[in-house]
Design a protein around this ligand. Structure first.
Ligand code: ATP
Ligand code: MG
Length: 449
């Protein structure tokens, strides 16, 4: 993509309404634009990151055996009356009336709708288990939308729903999502930890929030350092095998958000040197709620003895749009964003220091073509801005690699390569540079699978 054709509206000043660094950088680097309280337009650069994050979430859901579908954003009030949540949900629900005076709503979540869909298509215990998900915009009229996409009113969520015959089977579905989440966040360059969460009226131990440690997080968190350092299961993990040991290994270590924190237990279970008391961002929540919706909504299957049994259910959310902010919180410096390769809007920023110079133009054109051919996504700065402005802009948008091409270097047959994450700069010969970059990008992407 040529920068001259792209749409990258940058802000010079840090907007005063943005309190945390991810919100500031998303506005300054032209990722989003606010269109209303807690409502954002995704500008081209931000949209590319959002799509990459969404795709990683999708790949890990598919790997775990979940099946993708798409439910509408607008729902009928009727459905929510069946579960009793239409009144209970309160002011966070955006209620709408259509021209026939029918009560509708913009979905804040989809338990009711998926239960309605599955109850008509699943008849026997033999049809189970089912694990279905979609990635869809939600609306919640949050009392205090803030921190940009971290707590928006309109936001993109991945929500999965599980349907099982009994508790033991429901636990297997739960474990699949638990392990899928470990991989999902790690692939985006995030260190996440599952933490015990409020499980609601049903009780039980099957409710975990996945938290990314960050100073600006909204939740207070207390956990064992060993949990954060634990390696993530590889891509060869067998989701049909026994995942309980992986889950147990983690849930046996202390980890709780402030709501569930018990100071005495924390001190007793965690050695002083391993105690982390910090803040975190909730990027996912997995939750088993038994028959809370299946009973009132009459979602049953015939069991082995022919008698009807209400479905055991769980729901599993990931804050896809919130993750864009979370990744920036974890990867930035004074100069701007520092995207991990796996979610970067482009892999390489190609800077032409002197457009119009025949040698510089020719060298850039050949890099641009070589990268394109190798599948390396490139933003080519072919504009007439001054070099200083080009450098600052490229640092701000934070693409993992920069290739800097100017007449002076070309006289000696070299270009400069900069690694945005480490700040390392090196020279490469005109002949080798493309190969060096392609190899590094390919290796980096492979590593994050
Ligand atoms: P919170 O306690 O932060 O309000 P929640 O318990 O309401 O979250 P869930 O209903 O479990 O969240 O939603 C699943 C995921 O969706 C959350 O883990 C979070 O990552 C994301 N999410 C929830 N609310 C918002 C929001 N207002 N803006 C952006 N992402 C959100
Ligand atoms: Mg909420």
């Amino acid at each position: 993509m040529r920068l001259s054709r792209f749409y990258l509206p940058l802000l010079r000043e840090t907007p005063s309404e943005a309190q945390i660094v991810s919100h500031q950088l998303m506005l300054r680097a032209g990722l989003i634009r606010q269109e209303g309280a807690g409502i954002y337009a995704w500008l081209p650069l931000g949209f590319r990151v959002l799509k990459k994050i969404e795709q990683i979430v999708r790949e890990e859901q598919n790997r775990a055996g979940a099946v993708e579908m798409l439910m509408p954003t607008i729902q009928q009030a009727e459905l929510w009356r069946e579960s009793g949540r239409y009144e209970a949900y309160g002011k966070e629900m955006l209620r709408i009336t259509d021209r026939h005076d029918r009560e509708m709503l913009f979905g804040p979540t989809n338990e009711e709708m998926i239960t309605e869909i599955v109850r008509t298509g699943v008849r026997s215990y033999k049809d189970l288990p089912k694990l279905l998900y979609h990635i869809q915009w939600k609306f919640r009229d949050e009392i205090r939308p803030r921190f940009g996409v971290m707590r928006g009113r309109e936001f993109l969520m991945k929500d999965t729903y599980s349907f099982d015959i009994d508790k033991a089977a429901a636990r297997k579905s739960y474990n699949k999502m638990f392990v899928a989440y470990l991989r999902t966040f790690a692939r985006m360059g995030l260190q996440s930890a599952p933490m015990r969460a409020e499980s609601g009226p049903i009780g039980g131990d099957m409710s975990h929030e996945f938290i990314v440690l960050a100073e600006t997080g909204e939740s207070g968190v207390f956990c064992d350092r060993r949990l954060v350092d634990m390696p993530v299961p590889g891509s060869d993990i067998d989701f049909e095998g026994d995942l309980q040991p992986i889950v147990d290994q983690r849930t046996s270590l202390y980890a709780a958000t402030d709501e569930k924190h018990d100071a005495a237990e924390f001190e007793e279970q965690v050695a002083e040197g391993d105690r982390i008391a910090a803040r975190g961002i909730e990027v996912g929540h997995i939750f088993n709620f038994g028959t809370k919706y299946s009973e009132p909504m009459n979602a049953v299957v015939a069991g082995p003895d022919g008698k009807n049994i209400p479905l055991e259910m769980g729901s599993y959310g990931v804050g896809v749009s919130r993750l864009v902010g979370a990744v920036i919180e974890a990867h930035h410096d004074e100069g701007g964003c520092r995207w991990p390769l796996s979610v970067a809007p482009f892999h390489v920023g190609l800077i032409n220091l002197k457009p119009g110079d025949a040698d510089a133009d020719a060298a850039c054109q050949s890099f641009y073509q070589a990268f394109g051919k190798a599948g390396v996504e490139t933003l080519y700065d072919d504009t007439n801005a001054r070099p200083g402005e080009k450098f600052a802009r490229m640092d701000l948008i934070g693409l993992p690699f920069q290739v800097i091409v100017g007449p002076r270097g070309l006289k000696n047959g070299v270009v400069e390569i900069k690694n945005r994450a480490t700040g390392d700069k090196s020279e490469a010969s005109l002949g080798d540079a493309a190969e060096v970059i392609v190899a590094q990008v390919t290796k980096g992407l492979q590593h994050s699978l």
